[in-house]
Write a new protein. Structure first.
Length: 469
């Protein structure tokens, strides 16, 4: 497998794409990184197709020439899935950024993969429709990357994740063949579900070139509460109480003290949230079409959280206040990274096991001497554990911390969870896949990869660990 690009290859791509390539020293540094820790991997060439035919021609040529290809979107990922760790060709889909058709009658949209998720949401909202999945990076990530990682976000607790909204995909296989995986219908019991197989496969099986999403009417009302707790464990316990009462929020987010402390300076209009005895906050959103029903649910939530040791609840009374609170939540990951080199572990457990998971994190902090910042989607049991380097020496960071992470994931699996809720496996989580799957399961995945990509040229080294001989 080629790690560099010869002149004949450059000539082919130039003939096909004209000036839509970058090579050697001319490659922009942004194509060498995503948002994963401090990784940097430069490809040998960046190619920027604009049509499915160009994608097909690129993959067909690379297949014939044994060139490694790494599909790339906006590179906002947190597991290294879009990094060209073997060099070769970085296939950027940034120029395939059109919304092809919004079908208002059937509540569907057909889009190319390179459109920013929030731009897509705004476009369908303009005609009264709603695409709910909203990862924290929705203002910069691409919908194609959301497909690759099966992205979630705060609204997953009520509306599900990316896979729950995809009807059909146009994909290009590693040999250049073009295929539609399903049909533009809600019900489809026809053959194997290739659509769902591609979603979350992190660009290792095929390159997505068109996406058909289902939509729903956009909610007309929402309420937002911020509840300060004096105990993070109690905040996690309160989550289960809310659902036991029959209330399904459209967002239920957990933020520990340090998450807010690190982020507030970077949000100009952030309210003064922290008191000395605050350990964690829950950000709770309700949405729907009947404001009276939402207010009744809000009152019930207040009754439930008052059973715990809380401070005064903040009720966001204006759209500006709501936007400020959500901006604070969405910027946490970025601000933690600004503070220190870090590793973000995307744990997910059944929501009632969140208190036990948080206790385990605190236990590991003491055992291994690291500091963590915890936040995430408490409503669906998805806790992001950011381990920050701070004053840890290199030996502890490089040699001891992997043991701590393995202990954390072992507990996650024991609690009924798994090692990634929405960030994917990519490069960084592959050493722990044996905790989530038996060797039988991993071998089955390797067989699927072999069927789609027998030469192992499409995004190799991601998701699946190398099998021990």
């Amino acid at each position: 497998m080629a790690e560099v690009i010869e002149e004949k290859h450059i000539h082919f791509f130039t003939q096909l794409l004209k000036d839509r390539i970058q090579t050697g020293p001319a490659i922009d540094a942004r194509y060498a990184s995503d948002h994963t820790e401090d990784f940097v991997f430069y490809p040998a060439i960046v190619v920027k197709p604009e049509t499915v035919e160009e994608v097909s021609a690129i993959l067909k040529y690379c297949y014939e020439q044994d060139l490694i290809v790494t599909p790339s979107g906006a590179r906002t990922g947190l597991s290294g899935g879009a990094l060209a760790n073997y060099g070769g060709v970085l296939l950027s889909l940034e120029r395939m950024n059109k919304i092809i058709h919004i079908d208002e009658k059937n509540h569907q949209v057909i889009t190319e993969p390179g459109i920013v998720t929030e731009e897509l949401q705004n476009a369908v909202k303009a005609v009264g429709l709603f695409y709910p999945p909203d990862p924290a990076s929705k203002g910069s990530c691409f919908i194609g990357g959301n497909i690759a990682e099966n992205s979630g976000g705060p609204k997953a607790v009520k509306y599900g994740v990316t896979k729950d909204w995809v009807l059909n995909l146009e994909v290009v296989l590693p040999n250049g063949d073009i295929l539609w995986t399903g049909a533009n219908v809600i019900k489809n019991a026809t053959g194997y579900n290739l659509t769902q197989l591609i979603i979350g496969s992190e660009g290792t099986l095929a390159v997505v070139t068109k996406i058909v999403l289902r939509l729903i009417p956009h909610p007309t009302h929402n309420l937002l509460l911020l509840v300060p707790f004096r105990s993070g464990v109690e905040a996690c316990e309160a989550v289960g109480k809310i659902f036991m009462a029959g209330i399904i929020p459209s967002g239920l987010e957990y933020m520990d003290r340090d998450a807010i402390l690190f982020t507030t300076p970077y949000v100009d209009d952030a309210p003064n949230l922290l008191q000395d005895d605050h350990d964690a906050h829950l950000l709770i959103e309700l949405d729907g079409f009947n404001p009276d029903v939402l207010m009744q649910e809000c009152e019930k939530i207040l009754e439930l959280v008052e059973q715990f040791d809380i401070d005064e609840v903040l009720f966001a009374e204006t759209e500006a206040q709501k936007e400020s609170l959500w901006r604070l939540r969405r910027k946490i990951g970025e601000c933690v990274k600004t503070h220190s080199i870090y590793k973000e572990e995307d744990t997910v457990v059944p929501r009632n096991e969140l208190p036990q998971l948080l206790k385990k994190v605190k236990e590991l902090e003491k055992k291994y001497g690291f500091k963590s910042v915890c936040y995430g989607h408490a409503g669906d049991g998805n806790l992001h554990v950011n381990i920050i380097k701070d004053n840890l020496d290199d030996d502890a960071w490089n040699n001891q911390l992997p043991h701590a992470i393995r202990e954390l994931f072992t507990e996650v699996v024991r609690l009924g969870g798994t090692i990634s809720g929405e960030h994917g496996i990519g490069l960084v989580q592959t050493p722990y896949m044996d905790l989530a799957f038996s060797e039988i399961g991993l071998d089955l995945m390797r067989s699927i990869k072999q069927v789609f990509d027998p030469k192992n040229l499409l995004n190799p080294g991601k998701v699946l660990p190398i099998k021990n001989q």
